[in-house]
Design a protein around this ligand. Structure first.
Ligand SMILES: NC(=O)c1ccc[n+]([C@@H]2O[C@H](COP(=O)([O-])OP(=O)(O)OC[C@H]3O[C@@H](n4cnc5c(N)ncnc54)[C@H](OP(=O)(O)O)[C@@H]3O)[C@@H](O)[C@H]2O)c1
Length: 285
């Protein structure tokens, strides 16, 4: 499997889980915005499948560098899908829950129209459309709130000597354990390579929906059990983060299609209970 954005969080998890079956290429080794370079990498490496984990993944960076964001997140997925299609190679293009942002009373389904609130979400939605328009052997895998690699939201909260952390109680989403996700993505890639029909869009995220504050509280409980000192959690409304790029209040993904496809749910509670356990132990469990 060829994985782009090789130094990124998801790409690293894919390499860790897939071992020698995965070849990750960093942005220095393959710039996905260079269509000719993508084509020549595919011709040389002839992978069984490609997972596009390269992105400008920061919501703030997307606002600050819109041209770069457009070329990486919106344009490149289209020509990458085209190059894969020419070679008959399946492509999994990684996208995000932030393609949604409208008001809703239930988790978002794959069939729901996108409703992004910020430039990151808009460009990722455009990237999805471009990839899907270029090839029929594409699966857009929407993931969300990745955690479990020591570089996640929880790790950021614990950085430094912080006594109090403020976390939104009115932001609902789908925390997704990164190593189980990587296993699923590699399984999906293998099934696509074997010619199995897969849905064009698949929500591969954790269940059930939870507020950011409740999820953090669960992680803190687990950390406390393992003897870690944790800050005091203060629940605040999202509106308190004045000046931040707007984010959806509700971006939880309905993952029933993926549950059917893989035979079980990705339950974030199981992986969150392992906070405080070294990543190597989680990997080998
Ligand atoms: N993290 C989350 O919670 C989350 C949530 C929802 C969706 N996602 C999606 O999941 C995917 C992976 O995210 P992540 O968290 O692993 O992001 P990440 O850690 O920021 O990794 C993205 C990687 O893409 C690389 N990249 C940027 N521009 C590139 C280019 N032109 N060519 C090749 N590589 C390039 C970056 O390399 P450089 O650093 O060298 O630029 C970086 O290593 C993305 O599609 C993201 O939108 C992530």
């Amino acid at each position: 499997m060829l994985v782009t954005g090789g130094n990124g969080r998801l790409a690293r998890a894919l390499s860790q889980v897939g071992g020698s079956n995965v070849q990750g290429l960093s942005s220095a080794e393959l710039d996905i915005t260079n269509a000719a370079a993508v084509q020549s990498a595919l011709e040389q490496l002839r992978p069984d499948a490609v997972i596009n984990a390269a992105a400008l993944s920061s919501v703030e960076a997307s606002d600050a560098t819109p041209e770069r964001a457009r070329s990486v997140n919106a344009t490149a997925p289209g020509h990458m899908a085209q190059a894969c299609d020419q070679q008959g190679t399946p492509l999994i293009h990684i996208s995000t829950d932030y393609v949604f942002g409208a008001e809703t009373l239930r988790p978002w389904r794959e069939s729901d129209p996108v409703s992004p609130l910020n430039s990151y979400g808009r460009l990722k939605a455009e990237g999805e459309r471009n990839a899907l328009a270029a090839s029929r052997r594409v699966c857009v895998a929407r993931v969300a709130w990745l955690f479990g690699d020591g570089k996640d939201f929880i790790a950021n909260l614990l950085r430094g000597d912080v006594g109090i952390v403020k976390v939104a109680h009115d932001q609902i989403g789908s925390p997704t354990p990164i190593f189980p996700l990587a296993e699923r993505l590699l399984g999906l890639a293998a099934r696509m390579n074997a010619g199995e029909a897969v849905p064009p869009v698949l929500h591969l995220a954790g269940s059930p929906p939870v507020s950011r504050a409740d999820w953090v509280a669960s992680a803190f409980e687990a950390l406390q059990r393992s003897g870690k000192k944790i800050p005091k959690l203060v629940r605040v409304p999202m509106a308190e983060f004045v000046g931040a790029v707007p984010r959806p209040h509700y971006s939880a993904l309905d993952c029933s299609l993926a549950t059917e496809f893989f035979g079980e749910e990705l339950d974030w509670r199981i992986s969150t209970a392992k906070f405080g356990t070294p990543a190597e132990e989680i990997m080998s469990a």
